[in-house]
Design a protein around this ligand. Structure first.
Ligand SMILES: [Zn+2]
Ligand SMILES: [Zn+2]
Length: 230
């Protein structure tokens, strides 16, 4: 037995891992549970959620969307398996659950390689410094590195939050829009097509604002990519 596998055995002994699906000891998601995941993709307009080819913006929403399209690997269900995987990654300091996400990304990219051919750079949605400190790491950045590696395109962490966004719920509508505007900017000029990556896509407002910052920096197209879409 090599030193590495010996150390992994010790770690497994001290911190046993149980499948998030069936609770069997051994892996974060056992093979039987992994094959139950639906990895056929969610391709829908980033604004109105209408199903579209490759997730491109529908005709009706063209003027409302900075994102050119949005792709997700799977549907987000908080109490479903994918929800558990993402929650575990975010809140349990369990970075090795990333192995499951890596397998999902690999499977998806192998099924749809044509979606990534025209991408020039892979960029993460940034987490604000304050939240970064609270949580210790940016899960979007970990995920985006896996995506960049799999599609063999350069990773660029260029979008930054220019100020802390106040809690949206406490603001009226006008203030809400203003609150999100200019919350992001790009650290450098960029050309080409960007794959903008986050873990979960819900309303899409954060991704739209990041896309705006990227287009202001010279980018041509921005394709949103998420592990799951709510
Ligand atoms: Zn299982
Ligand atoms: Zn639409």
């Amino acid at each position: 037995m090599g030193l590495e596998s010996f150390l992994i055995r010790i770690k497994d002994y001290i911190f046993p891992v149980f499948c998030l699906g069936c609770k069997k000891e051994g892996d974060w998601l056992c093979e039987n549970c992994f094959i139950k995941l639906n990895l056929t993709g969610v391709f829908a307009c980033p604004v109105c959620h209408l199903s579209t080819d490759r997730g491109i913006v529908c005709q009706n929403c063209l003027e409302k969307s900075v994102l050119n399209s949005h792709i997700a690997i799977t549907k987000y269900e908080e109490n479903g398996l994918v929800g558990k995987v993402i929650q575990t990654l975010k809140y349990s300091w369990a970075e090795d659950v990333l192995i499951v996400i890596e397998q999902m990304i690999e499977r998806f990219v192998d099924n749809y390689p044509e979606l990534f051919i025209n991408i020039d750079f892979v960029v993460p949605v940034p987490l604000h410094k304050k939240r970064y400190v609270e949580r210790g790491f940016n899960q979007a950045e970990l995920i985006v590195r896996l995506v960049a590696k799999k599609i063999n395109k350069p990773f660029k962490n260029v979008v930054e939050r220019t100020r802390y966004t106040k809690q949206q719920a406490k603001l009226n509508r006008a203030d809400r829009l203003e609150n999100l505007q200019e919350a992001f900017s790009s650290k450098e000029k960029l050309l080409g097509n960007i794959l903008l990556v986050d873990d979960v896509f819900t309303t899409g407002s954060t991704m739209q604002e990041c896309a705006k910052a990227l287009k202001n920096a010279g980018v041509d197209k921005v394709v949103g990519f998420s592990i799951a879409r709510g």
